[in-house]
Design a protein around this ligand. Structure first.
Ligand code: GRF
Length: 216
């Protein structure tokens, strides 16, 4: 039996990245175990995925809290109760305060559907098409105080086709996200990711050669 890192996941919606993480965690040799899923939205489809996987799920509805801080204190308390060691945002749509971010520094991941630092924020696929980029993709990074900001751990490029629509591009990027996120969680849990001076140094490959070289 390998030692497993206790993973907590924050969601707000459909949870396909959560599903990719749950599927990975179900494998015997995966070095993380998902111990709690927290949603800030009661209607999030991802909650059903957690239930189906037998993982405790908790709704912390941000609309019921008087401030960002009180909402985050509750989230933090639940993470502590479940002894979470590594936290992953998977389509979590709340901006977090610096206090929360500092409490989880270098133990908190986010996945973003663009090759950061390009296209931070929302509507990344439409904006990539509008800008005419030839290569788009996704990024997993440690969370820091800025939106979609923080040391980049790995990226997977996705080539943009001339006839791509926002939907077709989004579908291919999502497939890449589902490969990349579990691979990064594995590398972090295996102690192969170090942050130095705001940048990540990675030991070994994350996803074969593509995440490291930027080639497909
Ligand atoms: C993903 O594209 C993720 O990169 C972004 O929000 C989307 C969430 O999708 N942060 P899902 O809920 O994981 O299906």
């Amino acid at each position: 039996m390998i030692a497993k890192t206790r993973l907590g996941v924050l969601i707000s919606g459909r949870g396909t990245n959560l599903q990719a993480l749950l599927d990975a965690c179900a494998e015997e040799d995966f070095p993380a175990k998902c111990v709690v899923v927290i949603s800030n939205r009661p209607e999030a489809k991802g909650l059903e995925r957690a239930r189906a996987a037998g993982v405790p799920r908790v709704v912390v509805d941000h609309t019921l809290y008087p401030s960002r801080e009180t909402f985050e204190d509750e989230v933090h308390e639940i993470l502590r109760e479940h002894e979470v060691e590594l936290l992953a945002n998977a389509g979590f749509m709340r901006i977090l305060t610096e206090d929360f971010v500092n409490r989880w520094r270098n133990k908190h991941l986010n996945i973003h559907p663009s090759l950061l630092p390009a296209f931070k924020g929302l509507d990344t696929h439409a904006r990539a098409l509008e800008a005419g980029v030839k290569v788009h993709g996704c990024t997993v990074h440690f969370v820091s105080a800025g939106v979609d900001d923080g040391p980049i751990i790995a990226q997977e490029p996705v080539r943009v086709a001339e006839d791509d629509t926002r939907e077709s591009l989004a579908d291919r990027v999502l497939e890449a996200e589902h490969r990349l996120y579990p691979a990064v969680v594995r590398a972090v849990c295996e102690g192969r990711v170090r942050v130095r001076g705001g940048r990540c140094a990675i030991k070994g490959a994350i996803l074969g050669s593509s995440a490291e070289t930027g080639s497909e």
